[in-house]
Design a protein around this ligand. Structure first.
Ligand SMILES: Cc1cc2nc3c(=O)[nH]c(=O)nc-3n(C[C@H](O)[C@H](O)[C@H](O)COP(=O)(O)OP(=O)(O)OC[C@H]3O[C@@H](n4cnc5c(N)ncnc54)[C@H](O)[C@@H]3O)c2cc1C
Length: 412
């Protein structure tokens, strides 16, 4: 496990502490959490650093410097994350730094295109939070998602890709012959082509209490937050698909027992993963046909998950140390809303999937991976028809960049 370089001193009831933890987690920055309500030494340390004031979060860095109640922008700056581009105009702007975006960046930049890649959280996307990639060709022993992401990022930087982190793209606009990309920090950049490589996000349960305990017992990433529960008696995982089962197996490294609350009557993971759950020594219990109704806490920390069985109205309760929710994903395609054609789930239509080759306003024959807007391309999990795997996201990134090369050539 990577040794944390940052320590966050705070308390469970403190929303700014949660925000700071969320920011660090999303940017894959390992941190140590000290709850000063539980840890008297931690409390004394905070008082000492803040001239007797109990201000939280107090975030202490490797060089012993610290920030008090930092904004996300201050954290990004302190951590050396690049948040502002050096130019305003690029050949290609890639939105999303997961496997598809990073691969497209490597291909395009290596061929001499001027590329800006904008990532709102950690480079590597979903792959970066994957415990282990066992099915990516070329790594016979498997590779951790974090190491894989670091390697691809290094490769992109080697070819001169300019990368922004902790910057969210909020809006796209089309100007004469180029695109404008607006970011959450009030800036905007221009490019001839844009690649949407924004992947997908975890779906929420949308039950009362869920939002209140995110980071305080409710989590969406076992790799990031599982180690906080080392020695726990029980952890709950909600979901019965591949991610839920694999992450549930991983969480048995920390908790004595993992209970899976599964909405359906079977697991829909790979047979290998299901076999592991069914092994006699497995420490996973599966409760099928269960529906989570509410999440409750005490002292701002998760205490209870309330659920019922499909065929009963009787409310049951479970008191885990934490609950990890893995119930599928929603495509991150809001930047394209009312702009390019999406399917009914919000995935981006490209190439042959576009019914009439264009959105009606701007008729043209789209290139492979091109959306209904000329010059805007999509690859990876955000794209309709993608297969939601790292290897295929990488393949789509490469193929999309070849279409983009053709687009840039044609448009002069
Ligand atoms: C827990 C888990 C385990 C998995 N295990 C495996 C496995 O073992 N093998 C396998 O092949 N696949 C696995 N996958 C699937 C694989 O990780 C994905 O298919 C792959 O990462 C998709 O790549 P992508 O680049 O299309 O999207 P993502 O990886 O989702 O990356 C998209 C990136 O875009 C960023 N972004 C989104 N919107 C914006 C915006 N508006 N502005 C700026 N940035 C934005 C996101 O922050 C994200 O970093 C796993 C996924 C998960 C969640």
């Amino acid at each position: 496990m990577v040794e944390p370089k940052v320590t966050v001193y705070g308390a469970y009831w403190c929303p700014d502490c949660r925000r700071s933890k969320k920011f660090l987690g999303e940017n894959f920055i390992p941190y140590r959490w000290v709850d000063i309500e539980q840890d008297k030494e931690g409390e004394a340390y905070v008082l000492q650093r803040n001239n007797g004031k109990r201000i939280i979060p107090t975030v202490v860095f490797e060089d012993n410097s610290f920030l008090v109640e930092p904004s996300n922008a201050e954290l990004a700056k302190k951590l050396g994350l690049k948040t502002e581009a050096s130019k305003t105009y690029y050949d290609l702007i890639i939105i999303g730094g997961g496997p598809s975006g990073l691969t497209a960046a490597i291909y395009a930049s290596r061929e001499g295109a001027d590329v800006l890649l904008i990532e709102r959280s950690g480079l590597g996307g979903q792959a970066g939070i994957t415990v282990g990639l066992d099915n990516f060709p070329g790594f016979p022993e498997g590779i951790s998602g974090q190491e894989f992401s670091d390697r691809v990022t290094q490769q992109a930087r080697r070819f001169g890709v300019e990368i922004l982190q902790a910057v969210d793209v909020e809006k796209l606009e089309m100007e004469e012959g180029y695109h404008e990309v607006y970011t959450s920090d009030g800036k905007h950049y221009h490019s001839r082509a844009v690649l949407i490589a924004t992947g997908a996000s975890y779906r929420r349960l949308e039950v009362p209490g869920e939002d209140d305990y995110i980071g305080a017992g409710i989590h969406f990433c076992a790799t990031c937050d599982g180690p906080f529960y080392k020695g726990a008696k029980e952890i709950v995982v909600v979901g019965g698909g591949n991610s839920a089962v694999e992450e549930g197996l991983h969480l048995t490294n920390f908790a004595e027992k993992v209970t899976l609350l599964v909405r359906g009557d079977k697991l829909t993971a790979t047979q290998i993963a299901i076999d592991k759950v069914n092994e006699p020594t497995s420490r996973i219990e599966v409760r099928y046909n269960t529906i989570v109704d509410a999440i409750e806490g005490e002292k701002s920390k998760l205490k209870t998950i309330k659920y019922h069985y499909k065929d009963s109205d009787k409310m049951e309760a479970i008191h885990p140390a934490a609950a990890f929710i893995f119930i599928g994903q929603t495509p991150n395609t809001s930047v394209l809303n009312e702009f390019a054609e999406l399917d009914k789930y919000g995935f981006v239509l490209t190439g042959h999937d576009l019914k009439h080759g264009g959105n009606g306003k701007d008729q043209f024959e789209p290139l492979p991976f091109e959306t209904s807007v000329s010059g805007i391309f999509a690859a990876g999990d955000a794209r309709h028809g993608s297969t939601k795997q790292v290897a295929s996201a990488v393949g789509e990134g490469a193929a999309a960049s070849i279409s983009i090369r053709e687009f840039l050539r044609r448009s002069g």
